[in-house]
Design a protein around this ligand. Structure first.
Ligand code: ZN
Length: 524
């Protein structure tokens, strides 16, 4: 995560025409190398903290939680000290002088280091402590309120989250645009105004498609999938993810309650979960996490810890997971290769399921009130709803106490269903419980980016789906490596999309993809 910092005009890239240093030879490389060493140390501490978090979800014995809380606290303290090391500030200041001629790549590292350093040092310690304590209390209050379906009990915590979010924006110089700051933390450079325009265009195209599919007589039959032994599911997903390109010598997959992907390219930890009666859930969540893992494994290893070895932001990260999960693994070519393998592992379970029924189940469309259960066609509507409400909460147009009614009204309008409880409505997601505002839009932006990349790569690499039908995904991975993964943070989200696809980010490729895939199945 990064936040914008002030940058002196003299601190500019010197691509092509490097100006003569004022005092040659410059001592800048030494300062730069020292900075990188500091950044790498802070990054290494972060990877240790990640590992503690992964272990907590995967292995931690039930009664050992207190020990882990203590370990987290010590790590957080150590990480904060490393990130706020005054030496980083001194080195940055040394580079931000007129004689500080950095190469374009060095500039990328220094610019992001400045943002991160300012963010870590500009917030007063008492604010940071207050926010951390509130997040922890609010998380438990949310879990309790959700279990008891009692929004009123959680409302004061959400109100305080909003107060803190406004104050944080103010402290960092974003007082006039607090929601833009919330977005920028996840997708640097993007604004609510840009997202509003993109989402409005998406909504106009999506609603007619959703109603048409809802009226269709075609329906998937997920109830046919019963009794898939977990060990065989594990073998299948290992084969699939390995063939997609995941390097198991620098990563692994384990089981946790909620699937996730953590770690860095040098050591990726993915998780999944198994349900004997829902093998496709495990398979697709694993492929999704593999997409995240492939991105991380494709970042330049030697640059880990600097912006050159870091993902652009959440939208691009999500575009990678969604592209593999949806455009690739829900496609016909993928199943042409993997269906025989799937049937060989589960001959009895799949005996009564035709190829067409299997493909329809892979692309099942069914409205649901729960975002994480939503299919590709409905998913974006869940995000549009949350984005609209977050903006109103930040502007003051909507009071927290009126949030459930506003949520339910929008749900009815967009999804054609109204939650019977707040547990299935406004309390369903974990994000707001820790004040994680501005995160939701990344999911939908990621879907847009994925579809736009997909349209581009199909044009650029003819015969790609014939590759998939032979079980070969190497050309796609190579293209993503070259165009996205190895780029690190050289470009922000919108610039990267423009450079790679030749077009501004637009919802039209996503709409075209959804119409093609789901129209073909449901609107015959
Ligand atoms: Zn994801």
């Amino acid at each position: 995560m990064a936040i914008p910092g002030r940058f002196p005009a003299s601190f500019t890239a010197t691509v092509g025409k490097r100006p003569a240093p004022v005092q040659p030879p410059s001592n800048m490389p030494a300062a730069y190398d020292q900075l990188v060493a500091k950044l790498k140390r802070a990054h290494t501490l972060g990877t240790v903290a990640d590992l503690l978090g992964w272990d907590e979800q995967v292995n931690l014995p039930a009664d050992s939680a207190d020990v882990r809380a203590g370990q987290h606290a010590v790590m957080a303290e150590t990480q904060h000290a490393a990130a706020t090391d005054p030496e980083i500030g001194r080195l940055l200041a040394e580079m931000e002088t007129p004689s500080g001629a950095l190469s374009a790549d060095e500039l990328v590292t220094a610019r992001h280091a400045r943002r991160d350093y300012d963010r870590a040092t500009k917030l007063p310690a008492d604010f940071v402590t207050e926010k951390a304590a509130h997040s922890s209390r609010a998380y438990h209050a949310w879990a309790d309120a959700k279990a008891r379906d009692d929004f009123a009990a959680y409302a004061p915590f959400l109100e305080k989250h909003l107060v803190l979010a406004h104050r944080e924006a103010e402290l960092l110089g974003w007082g006039a645009r607090p929601y833009d700051y919330a977005i920028d933390r996840h997708d640097p450079g993007m604004t609510a105004a840009q997202i509003t325009a993109l989402f409005a265009e998406l909504k106009r195209g999506l609603l007619p498609l959703v109603s048409a599919i809802r009226a269709s007589a075609v329906a998937a039959q997920p109830q046919l999938f019963r009794g898939f032994p977990v060990e065989s599911q594990r073998a299948f997903l290992r084969e699939v993810t390995e063939r997609l390109g995941f390097n198991y010598r620098r990563g692994r997959i384990d089981v946790s309650l909620h699937p996730f992907c953590s770690g860095t390219g040098a050591d990726i930890r993915m998780t999944t979960r198994f349900d004997a009666d829902n093998p496709l859930d495990s398979l697709f969540s694993s492929i999704h996490e593999t997409g995240h893992g492939l991105y991380e494994q494709g970042l330049p290893l030697t640059q880990l810890g600097t912006a050159l070895g870091q993902a652009v932001g959440m939208a691009i990260h999500e575009s990678q997971s969604r592209l593999w999960e949806n455009q690739v693994a829900r496609g016909r070519a993928f199943w042409k290769f993997f269906e025989p393998r799937f049937r060989a592992l589960f001959p009895a379970q799949l005996a009564a399921i035709s190829s067409d029924a299997l493909y329809l189940a892979v692309n099942a469309v069914e409205p649901t009130l729960i975002r994480v259960d939503a299919d590709e066609v409905h998913y974006n509507l869940h995000i549009l709803l949350r984005f609209e409400l977050e903006q109103k909460l930040f502007s003051g147009a909507l009071a927290v106490r009126d949030l459930p009614a506003a949520w339910n009204a929008l749900c009815g309008e967009m999804l054609g269903q109204t939650p019977a409880s707040n547990r299935e409505g406004v309390l369903q997601d974990v994000h707001w419980s820790s004040g994680g505002f501005g995160y939701f839009p990344s999911y939908c932006l990621g879907n847009m980016v994925a579809a736009q990349l997909w349209a581009t790569v199909r044009r650029t690499l003819p015969g790609l789906e014939e590759d998939f039908a032979r079980g070969d995904f190497g050309r796609l991975l190579g293209w993503l490596r070259e165009n996205i993964h190895t780029q690190g943070r050289r470009h922000d989200t919108l610039t990267l999309v423009r450079r790679v696809t030749g077009e501004e980010l637009s919802p039209q490729p996503l709409l075209a993809y959804l119409r093609e895939r789901y129209g073909g199945l449901y609107l015959k």
